[in-house]
Structures are given as structure tokens and as C-alpha cells.
Design a protein around this ligand. Structure first.
Ligand code: AAL
Length: 438
């Protein structure tokens, strides 16, 4: 019995050994053949849709690891932008006395679309932030000085009806008595909240475009709006990156909380230009207190803030300014952003229509359109103003529009020549040519 058992056990062990030998040999064979492939095979003509098992250059590794698809067409966060002139707004012939800029997100309520924006109507065009000393109670420094927050509604997103003021400038000495500007909307538990930059002096007069953020709330998108009269997102302490400005407040709902992204201007010295980066402030309640994220700044590039829930994370535009300008970025955890696409002709100050932005979603579906602004549309700074325009794109998981995924836009040659060399640059080149010949 014992003998038989031992015999059977031995046989069993032997068989197991034989099987594992065969399996490991065939694995080794596979290994060798894929190794051989790695060394000998040229990269295939048809771009593999998933990462191939072969040695890859850093650029190709990145092409598969860093983007949502290896081609623009399959990268859900790549898009072209198309623009349409809006109907319904008058700009006084573009003489600089009327501006509309920095639109909020678009929301759908009461059977129509709503947006809020900076509206300035002054007797003169702005003198410019660097000429703020020339501004007065009726002459604006910046294009967003002496402004109020207006709103407009639309049936189709192309033709808009201006409804008038939503949040006027505050009474002195309340926050925002000089200008209220650059607003954005939050819908939370049936109430509406408008966050905005609240200036108490003309932008430029206290050293820069410096202001904190205030908030007003209402039971209806048509108001009336009640000012909370507090700097709900206060500037940082002296020496901190956001000590002077909190711009472009942009609230969303995530994790049952208010996630408010903002931009700050900083890092300016006699020899360096302004740096612009983005921060995040989180609150359990729309009126705060907001706690700034310890990893701020959480975006290293970008001017105005434009974000939307995407899959389980959040996507963000990095529009102008910084090493990663002209990119769309993605943060699975809503904090740590990576570049997800490089794009062109991005909408400035984009306020998208995001159906799921306040739903606390963990399956964000993306965006297909919104409203943006274009500053100095005719190129004449003496008549400086901004206009609102519509952008369309395909950054949606539910829309498949191949025309939005085309590779490049072709500008007119005049656009390039408009970016000509300065006199000093021309002189430097002439000097270098001369030195070469000597
Ligand atoms: C914009 C925004 C903020 C700045 C100014 C008006 O595009 O970044 O709002 O303060 O410029």
C-alpha cells in the first residue's frame, strides 16, 4: 500500500515536472520569438491602436502611455475648435466703450440657456492697466474695470437676448465697489451662486491686476442676487504665490464638495514677466470656508480657467501662458494634471456648456460647445474691448465628429507677417550678418 502510494506520488510528481518543463520551454520560445521581433522588426506601417510589445523610443512610449489614444482621432481629449459669431449683442461700432468678456459656464434652466459675463459700458475706452494712473471714476484702466455682471439667455446658443445686470458693482465701501468681473456659476441644492472678481480699486492702481473673489447667491438664475459681502476666496498671505490675485473662479461639484479652481498672477520682477498658474480651493458649502489645496499651484500653465468632469477625473484647458500652453490636460484625482493633448486656436476664457458639471458625476461625459471671448478684435488698443463668440469642439465621449479631429488649421499668410520682427531684432540680425563677413 505504502509502496503503491509512493510509486503513484512519484509518478504524479514526475508528470507535473514534465508538464512544467514543456510549458516553460514554450514560454521561453515565445520570449525568444518576441525578443527576436523586438530586435529585427521595423515599426509597422499601420499604427497599432494599443501599445505594441516591442522596444519603443521615449516618444513612442509616451504616445501610448500619456494620451487617451495614439492618434488625434482616437484621443478623446484632442479637438479642433470652430467659431461662430453670436447674434444679439451690440458693441457700439467697436469703439471700445462697450465690452463683453469672460463668460461663465453656460447652464440650461427654465427651458433655455443662460450665461453671465463681464459687461462694461463707459464713455471712454480703457487706458490700459499700465496707465492706471490715468483712469478715473468714469475712465476705465483695464477692459474689465468699471464693469458689472450681466446675463443673457438663448434658445439655441447662437442668438442671445441680453437680460441686463445680474450683479452690479457694490456700494462703497463694500467689496467690489470699483468693478465686478469674470464671474462663474455654481448650482448647488437648488440655489445659484455667482463667484466673481471683486475690485475695490482700478486694476493696475495697487500694483497689478489685484483682487480677491466674492460671491452672490439667488433662488433663480434670473435673480435677485444677494451679495455675501466677504472675500470668500481670500488672497494668500504676503510672500505666497496667490497673495495679490485670485482670478477666474471656476466652481464645480466633486466628491460631494465645491471644487473651485482659480488662476493667480505672480512671479513678476523688474526683469521677468508675470507667471500664471492655477490653484484649487475646496469647501463643503458654497459660502465656504474654502481650503486651498496644499499642492497649489496644481496647473503650471494657462490663463483663464476652463474645466469639465471627464470620466472619473477632470479635464482642463491650458490657454496661453506657461510651458504647457495650448494643451488640454487631465487629472484622474482632480489635482495632479498631465498633458492629454496639444491643440491650436483654443477659445480664450472659455465657458462651456457642461450638462453634468454639478451632478457629482464619476463618469464625466465631456463638452461640445460653449462661449468664449476675443479681445481687441480689430487689433486697435485705443478702442480696446472684447466680444463674446461661440466655440464648438468634440471633447465628448458621446459625440463622434471626425471633422473636429482634423490635424491642423491653415492660417492666412498675413497672420504670420503680422507677427513681424521688431526694429531691434532686425538690427541684431544685421549686426550678426556683418560680423560673419568680417
Ligand atoms: C481675464 C481673466 C481675469 C483677469 C482679466 C479679467 O482674461 O484672467 O479677468 O483679471 O483677464
Amino acid at each position: 500500500m505504502t509502496f503503491n502510494f509512493n510509486f503513484e506520488l512519484k509518478t504524479f510528481v514526475l508528470i507535473l515536472f514534465a508538464i512544467s518543463l514543456i510549458v516553460s520551454c514554450s514560454d521561453a520560445k515565445k520570449e525568444t520569438s518576441s525578443n527576436e521581433e523586438k530586435v529585427e522588426g521595423a515599426f509597422p506601417y499601420m499604427l497599432p491602436e494599443t501599445k505594441p510589445n516591442r522596444p519603443l523610443s521615449a516618444a513612442l512610449e509616451r504616445n501610448y502611455d500619456a494620451y487617451m489614444g495614439p492618434r488625434q482621432e482616437t484621443n478623446e481629449l484632442f479637438t479642433q475648435f470652430k467659431y461662430t459669431r453670436l447674434k444679439g449683442f451690440d458693441y457700439n461700432g467697436g469703439d471700445g466703450t462697450i465690452t463683453r468678456r469672460d463668460p461663465s459656464k453656460v447652464i440650461f434652466a427654465n427651458g433655455k440657456y443662460y450665461m453671465w459675463y463681464t459687461h462694461r459700458e463707459t464713455s471712454a475706452a480703457p487706458v490700459g492697466v499700465s496707465n492706471a494712473h490715468l483712469s478715473s471714476d468714469s475712465i476705465p484702466s483695464a477692459d474689465w474695470d468699471l464693469a458689472d455682471i450681466f446675463y443673457a439667455t438663448s434658445e439655441d446658443g447662437f442668438t442671445w437676448e441680453e437680460q441686463g445686470v445680474a450683479v452690479p458693482r457694490a456700494e462703497k465701501p463694500n467689496l467690489g465697489h470699483r468693478s465686478v468681473t469674470t464671474t462663474d456659476i455654481l448650482v448647488w441644492e437648488g440655489k445659484y451662486y455667482l463667484y466673481y472678481q471683486a475690485f475695490s480699486v482700478a486694476p493696475g492702481k495697487n500694483g497689478g491686476d489685484n483682487c480677491p473673489v466674492a460671491v452672490s447667491y439667488a433662488d433663480s438664475p434670473d435673480g435677485p442676487w444677494i451679495p455675501y459681502n466677504k472675500d470668500v476666496i481670500p488672497n494668500g498671505a504676503p510672500g505666497e504665490w496667490d497673495q495679490y490675485s485670485i482670478h477666474d473662479p471656476y466652481p464645480m461639484v466633486h466628491d460631494g464638495k465645491v471644487y473651485l479652481y482659480y488662476k493667480s498672477d505672480f512671479g513678476r520682477s523688474d526683469t521677468t514677466q508675470t507667471v500664471r498658474m492655477h490653484g484649487l480651493a475646496i469647501a463643503d458649502n458654497p459660502l465656504g470656508p474654502f481650503e486651498k489645496h496644499p499642492l497649489n499651484p496644481i496647473m503650471n500653465s494657462g490663463h483663464e480657467t476652463t474645466l469639465f468632469p471627464f470620466k472619473e477625473g477632470v479635464a482642463a484647458f491650458a490657454i496661453r501662458d506657461g510651458n504647457e500652453m495650448n494643451t488640454i490636460q487631465y487629472a484622474k484625482d482632480w489635482v495632479n494634471f498631465d498633458v492629454a493633448a496639444t491643440v491650436e486656436m483654443m477659445p480664450d476664457a472659455a465657458g462651456p456648456f457642461i450638462p453634468d458639471v454639478f451632478t457629482n458625476t464619476t463618469d464625466g461625459r465631456g463638452i461640445t460647445w460653449g462661449i468664449s471671448h476675443f479681445t481687441v478684435p480689430h487689433g486697435n488698443w485705443k478702442k480696446n474691448h472684447a466680444v463674446l463668440l461661440r466655440f464648438d469642439c468634440d471633447l465628448s465621449l458621446d459625440v463622434h465628429d471626425p471633422r473636429m479631429k482634423r490635424h491642423h488649421n491653415k492660417p492666412k499668410i498675413e497672420t504670420l507677417y503680422r507677427h513681424g520682427l521688431s526694429k531691434e531684432q532686425r538690427e541684431r540680425i544685421t549686426k550678426a550678418n556683418k560680423e560673419l563677413k568680417e
